[in-house]
Write a protein that binds this ligand. Structure first.
Ligand SMILES: [Zn+2]
Ligand SMILES: [Zn+2]
Length: 359
């Protein structure tokens, strides 16, 4: 029998896939591997729609493999475990984020920084160690090495799946760069999927939070809905000047081209500007204002597995959840169109468990 997506692996699976750069998703029969001795098989209940799904569906990063089943904010319930799995049992709630593999022997992997492993394997649109394409959470089941699976806390709603990408992407730099100390003053640039999580975590750490946005229209939601302490319109030079030198750190979530100088000016001496958005083209970096203030511009990408577990435990303890709009599977193409227009507060989550029906 010729190998096809349906019989490449022994276990039947069903999801929604894009077939080409139109990025339009439709029902897709494929297959997954048998649960290996260190693998966990789980039924997907919820999967967030990340902005990077949109980029990869349309091959905007020029590395897309079709058919593509996206989804890297995946929460489900364990249905089978391998003979050597010790962290999980059938019935456990679990989460899988952006990674399903890494080399396990480099310096990064040794230090729980699988997210910086040069041989990391992405949850979808990647090539697994057995040579097959990885398929993500817009599907009925997943089979994942237990090392890349986190325990989903009992009191954390499964709809909070976007913690697994948007959450860890903002939690990790706040922790690593020491921007988690009570009384600090933290800026958050951009108020989308990432930005709204940055505000929530920074508040939970006991910092004062200022949201910086191009548009005054987001002021009320930043302060009243998300609990930010203040708001700055980045296009208003007077406001920005008045706030100069006031921030210990900034989490910049913007992925469009934007000027850095106004943000660097907001930092105190030793202030840190951390980029977590991914603009397609280089940004201009003014160096003088870095020198005179010993300021730092840095980047950060998701987080390691150990830290991801720590983050979901922290979120459960402090009742931190993303603001989500839960939608049925067959709404996915509309959701992607709306996401492109930023018409969502602040993350779509697919109700896979209840609405992914075989066609
Ligand atoms: Zn993501
Ligand atoms: Zn490694």
């Amino acid at each position: 029998m010729e190998k096809s997506h349906e019989n490449e692996q022994p276990v039947k699976a069903f999801g929604w896939a894009a077939r080409d750069t139109s990025g339009v998703l439709s029902p897709f029969n494929f297959s997954r591997r048998v649960t290996g001795e260190k693998d966990v098989q789980f039924k997907v209940m919820y999967c967030g729609i990340c902005h990077s799904d949109l980029h990869q569906l349309k091959n905007e990063w020029s590395n897309s493999i079709y058919p593509m089943v996206p989804g890297h904010e995946v929460v489900g319930v364990v249905t089978e475990v391998g003979s050597k799995v010790d962290k999980f049992k059938i019935g456990d709630k679990v989460g899988v984020g952006c990674l399903v593999g890494s080399c396990r022997k480099c310096e990064n992997c040794d230090n729980d920084l699988e997210n910086y492993c040069p041989d990391q394997i992405m949850t979808y649109n990647g090539i697994y160690s057995d040579g097959t394409t990885t398929y993500g959470g817009y599907s009925d089941i997943m089979v994942t090495d237990e090392h890349y699976v986190v325990h989903w806390p009992e009191n954390l709603p499964m709809e909070a799946a976007p913690l697994l990408c948007a959450g860890i992407t903002t939690y990790s730099p706040l922790k690593y760069f020491g921007l988690d100390k009570p009384g600090m003053h933290i800026g958050v640039v951009g108020l989308g999927g990432l930005g709204h999580m940055a505000v929530k975590f920074a508040k939970a750490f006991g910092t004062k939070v200022t949201v910086i946005s191009t548009s005054l229209s987001k002021k009320d939601e930043a302060i009243e809905r998300l609990g930010a302490d203040s708001f700055l319109v980045s296009r208003d030079p007077d406001q920005m000047q008045a706030a100069a030198g006031s921030l210990d750190g900034i989490i910049d979530t913007v992925s469009a081209i934007h000027p850095l100088l106004p943000l660097i000016n907001l930092l105190k001496t030793h202030g840190k500007l951390v980029m977590v958005g991914a603009p397609e083209k280089p940004l201009e970096l003014p160096v003088f204002p870095l020198l005179f203030g010993r300021k730092l511009v840095a980047g950060s990408a998701i987080g390691g597995i150990k830290e991801t577990q720590e983050m979901v435990d922290f979120a459960a303890k402090h009742n931190i959840t993303p603001d989500v709009e839960v939608v049925p599977m067959d709404y996915v193409n509309t959701a992607l169109e709306r996401l492109l227009k930023s018409d969502v507060k602040y993350r779509f989550v697919l109700d896979i468990g209840n609405t992914l029906n075989k066609c």
